[in-house]
Design a protein around this ligand. Structure first.
Ligand code: SF4
Ligand code: SF4
Length: 191
């Protein structure tokens, strides 16, 4: 069972902060919102975290819901007991006050070091998609945004399911870090 107080606090911390001094959507046409459902055969979207679904009452006209089975998609081990995880596919800009936690922290994601230190990194699913990942180092984003994402994820870490999620994300970062660069080198050879 998700801790709803922690969830509310984490969402509140990220309610009003933004990665840059200006609307980063002007750099890309709000790509992470408007392109999510551009290809109907390969819908991209946003997963809700446990406990977030009841915050939506069905009046949200900017999205379509999907529910992804834990048997067919990869999730943190403790999320598997939910059976399905809500997945939001947006076709226009949302009511910002209602946007889910994952949108609030995007494009940053947590990396949990062995000593317990939490680091905010560009989410690996944002790299190659969100232009911020190419134009700015994380430390060049607004410090209040980076600090707020760190605080919000630190709050969520107190929830066992979210700690498990962060551990699972961290393992993905590590696996990607360890990938050989052969593919890139091959690409360069071809160029
Ligand atoms: S977070 Fe990245 S993809 Fe989304 S609007 Fe900002 S720059 Fe564009
Ligand atoms: S919920 Fe809002 S911020 Fe999140 S992807 Fe949809 S339109 Fe963008």
């Amino acid at each position: 069972m998700a801790d709803l107080k922690l969830l509310a606090e984490a969402r509140r911390i990220l309610a009003n902060v933004t990665p840059l001094d200006f609307d980063c959507g002007t750099l890309c046409g709000h790509k992470c919102c408007t392109e999510l459902s551009a290809d109907p055969d390969q819908e991209l979207g946003v997963y809700l975290i446990p406990g977030e679904l009841p915050l939506f009452d069905g009046t949200e006209d900017w999205l379509k819901w999907q529910f992804h089975s834990v048997k067919d998609y990869d999730f943190a081990p403790t999320w598997e007991k939910h059976g399905q995880v809500p997945f939001m596919v947006c076709h226009k800009l949302c009511d910002r006050e209602k946007r889910p936690f994952e949108c609030r922290t995007y494009p940053l994601a947590p990396f949990l070091h062995a000593d317990g230190r939490l680091e905010m990194r560009y989410a690996h699913w944002a790299v190659g998609f969100c232009p911020l990942t190419e134009r700015y180092k994380v430390e060049q984003l607004r410090p209040d945004f980076v600090a707020a994402t760190h605080r919000a994820w630190s709050v969520l870490l107190q929830d066992p399911e979210m700690r498990d999620h962060v551990t699972w994300l961290t393992e993905q970062f590590k696996a990607l870090d360890e990938l050989p660069l052969t593919a890139c080198e091959d690409d360069e050879d071809e160029g």
